[in-house]
Design a protein around this ligand. Structure first.
Ligand SMILES: [Ca+2]
Ligand SMILES: [Ca+2]
Ligand SMILES: [Ca+2]
Length: 262
């Protein structure tokens, strides 16, 4: 399935939705789950020889696939990744370093980690950042103008976009065929965040920020069964004072990212 994320800067706002305010932490404890055999986290697929030029039909192997392992322990959404659900072998699926449109690893560094279980897709979003910037405080506000990630899921011609900022504010929307993004939709995502640095203060040098979140699988049309798959891309834009934002991602066009519940 092809995933073509929208530009973070041209996303229309349609309406307001469910709120998740500044510094609000949704404490969410994943129930201990039964062990599942197998489920090694692995990344398959490879980059095309060239990231340029028209590719109206991409070959079947021009994909990035994340086999996401089932939870093997609990996860507490608190912005720390020391939970058994993250640390127990084989560990989460990893995107590896996000890359620019030309395929080169991006600076500053970003990556994502994923596991699933208990009806949720759990995601850690890591962002190195020397200048943390975030102004949106209302849910469905212009989160994409801040230091933020955008998660895009695509299934059956429906795209779901979830933006989350460095301070945990969420803007989420659905786009159905022939329409624009509708922000009345809510993913129901639970979000926590952590950072090493000061937000909106350029007088110091920050280090990093991290989002730990849980997305209800049913909100993106999944039942939460092993073997299910959905188009997936994730993009991070780094905002810094007086500079053009730098964006990089995983699974974006011209490649086609996909998540499989393993
Ligand atoms: Ca945690
Ligand atoms: Ca700062
Ligand atoms: Ca930044």
């Amino acid at each position: 399935m092809c995933v073509v994320p929208e530009s973070a800067t041209d996303t229309p706002r349609v309406s307001m939705g469910f709120g998740m305010g500044f510094l609000q932490r949704a404490w969410f404890l994943a129930l201990p789950i039964a062990l599942v055999a197998g489920g090694l986290s692995r990344r398959v697929g490879h980059r095309s020889a060239s990231a340029h030029g028209p590719e109206p039909r991409r070959p079947a192997d021009d994909r990035l696939v994340l086999y996401v392992p089932h939870l093997r322990g609990s996860i507490l959404l608190d912005g720390d990744t020391d939970d058994p659900g993250w640390t127990a072998p084989p560990g989460p699926a990893r995107t590896g370093p996000f890359v620019r449109a030309n395929g080169a690893p991006s600076r500053p560094y970003s990556d994502a980690r994923l596991v699933w279980g208990d009806g949720h897709l759990y995601v850690v979003l890591y962002a190195a950042d020397a200048d943390i910037r975030a102004h949106a405080r209302e849910a469905d506000g212009p989160v994409w103008l801040d230091d933020s990630f955008r998660l895009t899921f695509a299934r059956l011609d429906v795209a779901y976009a979830i933006d989350v900022s460095a301070v945990g504010v969420v803007a989420d929307a659905v786009r159905k065929p022939g329409g624009g993004f509708d922000y009345a939709w809510t993913s129901g995502a639970h979000v926590s965040h952590e950072q090493d640095g000061t937000t909106n203060d350029a007088t110091d040098i920050d280090e990093e920020w991290l989002v730990e979140m849980a997305i209800p699988l049913e909100s993106v049309g999944l039942r939460g069964e092993r073997g299910e798959r959905i188009g997936f891309a994730v993009r991070r834009c780094d905002v810094r004072e007086g500079a053009v934002p730098v964006c990089a991602g995983w699974g974006e066009a011209p490649l086609s990212g996909e998540v499989i519940l393993d």
